[in-house]
Design a binder for this molecule. Structure first.
Ligand SMILES: [Zn+2]
Ligand SMILES: [Zn+2]
Length: 304
């Protein structure tokens, strides 16, 4: 049997090959942002493109790669019921950026909003018992994580705004045709009273989700960090980069205000992290964006 014939064998048999045999392909995961890349025999060359972008960072200690299997040996997922039809799923101890995903249940199926890297057997069993996943939608590239693994496990398409297509091409060019659904325009209805809304700002294609039945039928918003809920959960901020403190222009914030004004009513806003739950949210985002624009325009010698 020629050495090249081994490439068609299962990974188990390939493992038994001598070192000179063909290397097994793996999907490497960036340790800093937890985004998973297309299969390769060795870690991708250079830095993770998501972390090398000015909105993220490569740690001082340098780029590090892991795999989903390695993540699973040192981490587990925690689940928390946020409201009757909304389950938070987050990894402990913290992995990557540390966001938690949200599983929204509707009579027409479940939506996974944003994503986390760790998809282990227990998580699979729990989500399956809750009805699986009908669709996945992710606010922006920082939370892509292992969305292709989730998409494959639950046969669920991943909804991304078309203005983010270049990021998907940079991260998972191998999986675009099979797993990603790009949408255009201001709004994309999903199912069960869920709809995606293009907001921009942090990323040109950034999207948020409106859930009609959320907050006891008064409406909820799932915003990732496209709108960042501040400590205390009474105000929000919007920025091009949060870790790297890059602001947005007045014109961009004004555009976000206009886009927010088109949304259906909502009472609760869920951010990307466990503590980020803004209750009685009416007016709080509008107030915060107005405050932001005020400070962009103030030129006060007393604070200069
Ligand atoms: Zn990264
Ligand atoms: Zn982000």
């Amino acid at each position: 049997m020629a050495a090249s014939d081994y490439t068609a064998l299962t990974p188990v048999l390939a493992d038994a090959l001598p070192d000179s045999g063909p290397a097994e392909l793996q999907c490497f995961v960036c340790e800093t942002c937890n985004v998973q890349y297309a299969p390769s025999a060795t870690p991708p060359p250079g830095n993770c493109p998501v972390c090398a972008d000015e909105r993220q960072y490569v740690p001082q200690s340098g780029q590090r790669w892991t795999t989903l299997a390695k993540l699973g040996s040192g981490h587990r997922n925690a689940f928390q019921r946020m409201e009757p039809q909304l389950l938070g799923i987050g990894t402990e101890p913290k992995s990557g950026i540390g966001q938690r995903a949200l599983l929204v249940s509707t009579k027409e199926g479940n939506l996974l909003w944003d994503c986390i890297a760790l998809l282990d057997g227990a998580t699979r069993d729990i989500v399956t018992a809750l009805g699986g996943i009908k669709a996945i939608a992710i606010s922006h590239p920082h939370y892509y994580s292992t969305c292709v693994e989730w998409s494959r496990a639950f046969s669920a398409p991943i909804y991304i705004h078309t203005k983010e297509r270049a990021w998907v091409e940079a991260v998972r060019p191998d999986a675009i045709a099979e797993h990603f659904h790009f949408w255009e325009g201001d709004q994309q209805p999903l199912f069960g009273g869920l709809s995606l809304w293009h907001l921009g700002g942090h990323f040109a294609g950034a999207q948020i989700c409106h859930w009609q039945a959320g907050a006891g039928g008064e409406g909820a918003l799932l915003v990732g960090d496209i709108i960042q809920i501040n400590p205390g959960c009474e105000t929000v901020g919007v920025m091009r980069s949060y870790p790297c403190l890059i602001p947005l222009s007045d014109a961009t914030v004004a555009r976000i205000q206009t886009r927010m004004a088109r949304l259906p009513p909502y009472r609760t806003v869920y951010g990307a992290f466990w503590y980020q739950v803004m209750k009685d949210a009416g007016g709080k985002i509008e107030y915060s964006l107005e405050r932001y624009r005020k400070w962009l325009s103030i030129d006060d010698p007393e604070i200069a």
